[in-house]
Design a protein around this ligand. Structure first.
Ligand code: FAD
Ligand code: MLT
Ligand code: ZN
Length: 475
């Protein structure tokens, strides 16, 4: 057997790596990133809480290129981390080790929009806000909206089944996404990009990929049903004396506003303190322990304003609400929304953020914040609660000057056990990613986890797609 440098295993490894890069260069010339400086920002998540060490990022432009890449990676057993706008909050969007980052940043073409049906078909890398702007010009809007809209990609939204601020009105992506194109682990492309409202031909395969967090396939294109742009939008920002009043205000406004109610969000006074302190935002409504943001969207401003005014009068006279302001013009609407939307950003300025995204029966929602606050006492800097109350979704966030393992131990599994006791979900809308995958059993029976593992094994038998994410590591 010949000896020498050539057969040193490290050299063979190096040679293979060089061949890999050369192969990817052939597939997408000039769109293979190996510069360590350039790679840094794609290796770390938005919260700067998890970091990988990928040495390679690929930026395909077409589905055919994604297919070629995955076919090659499958053959060579190379792990791949699909990445959209990298705004995910559970550590799913960045590599754990040196997985290849497959970015959809250049897959940003709108394929078609049908004004009669309101169906948009686009590539997965389109930025949510850009899609919304495009649609607004045509009298439509996207059925989802979230604070990360300026960076997140529609493919990432579908892969996480993102909820956001409009879910109360337009429902989840499981209803509005009509079709998907997905490239499977072995490189084969699955064209389920239907643009039909009704299609009962067999199993609805797209549902498997919605919320699969890049573990079952790479979403390359999306067909989505978009609502008409509302002609009239009103916003009320109100202060409540207690969480019980927040709930009563919700039932009252749902009854009185009916079909025009499009968002019901809440935040506690600590959140308000943080957006004021760290982002210098100032609220026209102050001095309440809780705040709610109510949005109406409809087709007639006089009708909607009349309804809203009747509701506000009732809420004020019955003492549900102690203070408030209303906005009908775009500028004030944006300003009031930013008080709610930018809480996430304000928290990152407060220190290390322990982030929880919980579904609970709505009546129990704030008890988790109160109990966590009592449990942690002075060991936490701030314990805050906000979220999509209309969807039964609480964002419980805890800050500390810096990450401490002892604080994590005090929070977990306490928060998950608490949630399971009330049959809640430990991930309402953010997914499990890397950070929550080991806790799936708090919200899913073992039979369900086992079936998920079988799906994973069938679609990705070599486990190359976003390994170490979503499913517990025993898989
Ligand atoms: P990434 O972060 O890049 O990826 C997220 C996951 O999807 C990863 O597992 C990744 O591998 C996978 N993935 C990405 N693209 C693809 C693809 N094409 N094919 C297959 N897998 C893919 N989330 C909510 O649900 N509601 C909110 O209200 C909300 N508000 C937010 C506000 C802020 C300020 C921030 C920073 C985040 C917020 N998020 C919210 C979380 C995040 O924005 C969403 O999860 C979003 O959908 C992620 O999209 P992305 O393109 O950034 O995906
Ligand atoms: C939100 O509703 O603001 C987002 O889900 C982000 C977060 O949880 O902070
Ligand atoms: Zn949210």
């Amino acid at each position: 057997k010949p000896k020498g440098k050539w057969f040193c295993p490290r050299c063979v490894q190096e040679r293979k790596k060089k061949n890999d890069v050369a192969c990817f260069e052939r597939i997408m010339p000039g769109r293979v990133v190996t510069d360590p400086e350039e790679l840094k920002q794609f290796n770390v998540d938005w919260l700067k809480s998890v970091r990988g060490c990928s040495k390679l990022m690929l930026k395909p432009q077409t589905t055919a290129e994604v297919s070629d890449v995955l076919r090659y990676c499958y053959e060579r057993n190379l792990a791949v981390n699909p990445q959209g706008g990298n705004t995910g909050l559970v550590g799913g969007s960045v590599p754990v080790f040196d997985e290849i980052i497959l970015s959809t940043v250049l897959m940003n073409q709108i394929i078609s929009f049908d004004k009669v049906s309101g169906i948009l078909v686009c590539q997965a890398g389109c930025i949510l806000e850009k899609l919304n702007e495009y649609l607004e010009e045509q009298g439509f809007i996207m059925p989802l909206d979230l604070g990360a809209k300026g960076s997140c990609h529609i493919g990432g939204n579908v892969a996480t089944n993102a909820g956001g601020l409009r879910l109360l009105r337009y429902g989840s992506l499981r209803g509005t996404v009509l079709g998907l194109e997905v490239v499977l682990a072995d490189g084969s492309a699955l064209d389920c990009l239907a643009s039909l409202r009704k299609d009962n031909t067999g199993y609805d395969l797209k549902q498997l990929f919605i919320g699969s967090e890049g573990t079952l396939g790479v979403i390359t294109a999306v067909s989505i049903l978009c609502p008409q742009k509302p002609k009239a939008v009103n916003l009320a920002f109100l202060g409540c004396q207690s969480f019980a009043k927040v709930l009563e205000t919700f039932t009252t406004c749902r009854a009185m506003l009916g079909e025009i109610l499009s968002a019901y969000e809440f935040m506690d006074e600590k959140c308000m303190e943080l957006v004021e302190k760290h982002l210098k935002l100032s609220s026209p409504v102050t001095g309440s322990p809780f705040y709610v943001l109510i949005e109406t969207s409809g087709s007639s401003s006089t009708h909607d304003e009349e309804k809203l005014n009747n509701f506000l009068e009732q809420a004020m006279t019955s003492g549900l609400v102690i203070d408030g302001t209303v906005a009908t013009d775009d500028k004030k609407i944006k300003m009031l929304w930013s008080l709610r939307e930018r809480i996430t950003e304000a928290l990152t300025h407060d220190g290390y953020v322990y982030k929880y995204d919980i579904s609970l029966p709505v009546g129990k929602l704030y008890d988790l914040v109160t109990d966590t606050r009592a449990r942690l006492g002075r060991s936490a800097k701030n314990v805050v609660g906000y979220g999509h109350l209309g969807d039964g979704n609480l964002h419980l966030n805890i800050t500390a000057e810096s990450y401490r393992h002892s604080l994590l131990d005090a929070i977990e599994p306490f928060v998950y056990e608490w949630t399971a006791r009330y049959n809640g979900s430990i991930s309402a809308e953010h997914g499990l990613g890397f950070k929550k995958k080991q806790f799936i059993q708090y919200s899913k029976p073992s039979e369900a986890v086992f079936l998920m593992q079988r799906f994973k094994a069938m679609l990705d038998p070599k486990g190359i797609l976003n390994p170490y994410k979503t499913l517990p590591s025993s898989s």
